[in-house]
Design a protein around this ligand. Sequence first.
Ligand SMILES: [Zn+2]
Length: 260
Amino acid sequence: MGISILVSVLMFVVGACLGSFANVLIYRVPRGLSIVTPPSACPGCGTPIKPYDNIPVLSYLILRGRCRSCGCRISPVYILVELAMGMMFVAVFARYGFRWDAMLPLAFFMVGVTLTVAVIDLKEMIIPNAIIVPSLAAAVIYVAVTAAIRHDPRLLLDQGAGLLIGAVPLGLIALLYPKGMGMGDAKLMAFTGTVLAWKVLPALFLGFLLGSLAAAVPLVTGRKGWKDRIPFGPFLVLGCWLSLFWGDRIISLYRSFLRA
Ligand SMILES: [Zn+2]
């Protein structure tokens, strides 16, 4: 019991620190800025942020969401990303960590990349190639190397199927109906499909379900017109997260329905 609390705290700290790095990517990648230099500065007054003011979650609370130099408000998105990444890391470890699973590093990687991409898509309506393409390449290499080391061709087939199921249908929709779906969404699902394998099917189903529900809300309430585009990426990401945790159960439930 004591050990699992300790591990959870450790996972939260690691996740929150990576969330802090995700915030750098979220701000800089869509603007085409270097992610290494210059060091982080206040967007209001340009004062470089001191290391002791750059502690994930804590600094935001201590400074009450304001810059120490000029007092301008710092977006709550920063602390929300750090909290979400910390909590997702705790959840991934709780689900996959205690029995060692070769897919565990990929699960952490998927959570980190998809949270970053979802926030960028919400803010900028784009899924940057600079993040999703190298992430897809890294996932494919990891799967290929793991399959080779474990002499496990089945792994290649399963994760390869996930990649294709994620990429091909959304890629076709993006080609035929570019207003509704971007190629970024197809690349996102190619990446998560490589991680989720067959669990990409419930991920797509849940993503489409949540996205359609969200798209229907403004139509029902009449607050927004048809033309207001909502980004689809964040809903796909939610579907992927749900499937990462419960996809196996959804698939076996579906199979038992077919048998009945
Ligand atoms: Zn400032």
